[in-house]
Design a protein around this ligand. Structure first.
Ligand SMILES: Nc1ncnc2c1ncn2[C@@H]1O[C@H](COP(=O)(O)OP(=O)(O)OP(=O)(O)O)[C@@H](O)[C@H]1O
Length: 287
């Protein structure tokens, strides 16, 4: 792959929270292609959140280098300001992110801090309020919002800055099905507009269908990176990271074993494709 196609690269990162005996990142290296949807998976404590905090410049690795658009990270004030505007993180718990009194203040804080004029900030905030359907509660204090509304505002906080990369740490955690669907729709719109999306998730079915690439973390480094079909068809790495294969793949393989479907078919991405395989087979056998 051409180097210009790599938006973020990590080279041999180490990071420890307290002492140098336990490494939360333990020689982690990876390359992320621009404009893709990347699912980060792995057991609890495997280092996903720590890596995300390093990506945004909140943590600095004790050794190793991060590159954004081919340039090594710079941790001076100017470098960090640039990182903050280009790589945004939406935390798992919105209460760790929202700190302004009102929704409007909350969403405008980031752009005003980046030096937008009042007028440009107003336009950017209004656009994102409309896009994320925040209008009905735009005048509410942030502490009075529901969990789903808080999640919408915390995504708006980041989107308003028009980042190149948006990092979502388990965006559907604690959301009901309606709000999960809404967040998924927002994420789909982001990827269509060319933003590179990193998402930590434990949901193998979602990751399998959604992601262009899956990165499996294990003990602070990358165990495997590849297309979802490739990663989720590897029983050894799934077992090591405590992951089950996606339901649609399990069903497909079981139908192949029973010789209802042919193993030569491409792996189905979702249940709709699997249903089509089955109905095509029925048509072929009844003709
Ligand atoms: N603030 C902290 N202080 C001390 N240790 C921490 C802190 N945050 C994370 N760790 C440790 O760093 C390691 C990696 O944790 P991290 O939160 O990055 O994993 P994760 O893959 O995001 O986990 P999860 O899926 O549970 O969110 C773990 O051993 C964890 O205990």
């Amino acid at each position: 792959m051409n180097n210009n196609d790599i938006i973020l690269k990590a080279d041999n990162l180490y990071f420890s929270y307290d002492d140098e005996k336990t490494h939360s990142l333990n020689g982690l290296s990876l390359e992320i292609p621009r404009g893709q949807k990347i699912a980060f998976m792995g057991a609890n404590g495997s280092g996903k959140s720590t890596f995300f905090l390093c990506c945004t410049g909140i943590h600095k690795p004790s050794s190793g280098t991060l590159y954004y658009n081919g340039e090594p990270y710079s941790y001076d004030r100017k470098g960090l300001l640039k990182l903050r505007s280009k790589i945004g993180i939406v935390f798992q718990d919105p209460d760790n992110q929202l700190f302004s009194a009102s929704v409007y203040q909350e969403i405008s804080f980031g752009v005003l801090n980046l030096g937008y004029s009042e007028e440009d900030a107003k336009k950017a905030v209004e656009d994102v309020i409309a896009e994320l359907e925040i209008t009905p509660f735009r005048h509410k204090p942030t502490h009075a919002l529901s969990g789903g509304q808080k999640k919408q505002v915390s995504i708006a906080d980041i989107l308003v800055m028009k980042p190149d990369i948006i990092i979502l740490d388990e965006p559907a955690a604690a959301l009901d099905p309606k709000h999960t669907t809404m967040v998924n729709q927002i994420v789909n719109r982001m990827t269509k507009s060319g933003i590179t999306v990193f998402m930590a998730t434990h949901d193998v079915n979602y990751a399998y269908e959604w992601a262009d690439q899956v990165i499996l973390f294990h003990q602070g480094k990358v165990l495997m990176q590849g297309a979802p079909e490739e990663v989720f068809s590897n029983p050894r790495v799934l077992e090591k990271t405590n992951l089950e294969p996606p339901a649609v793949l399990e069903l497909f393989h079981s139908l192949c074993q029973k010789q209802i479907l042919k193993t030569t078919l491409p792996l189905p991405k979702n249940l709709k494709t699997l249903e089509k395989y089955i109905s095509d087979t029925n048509i072929n056998t009844t003709q």
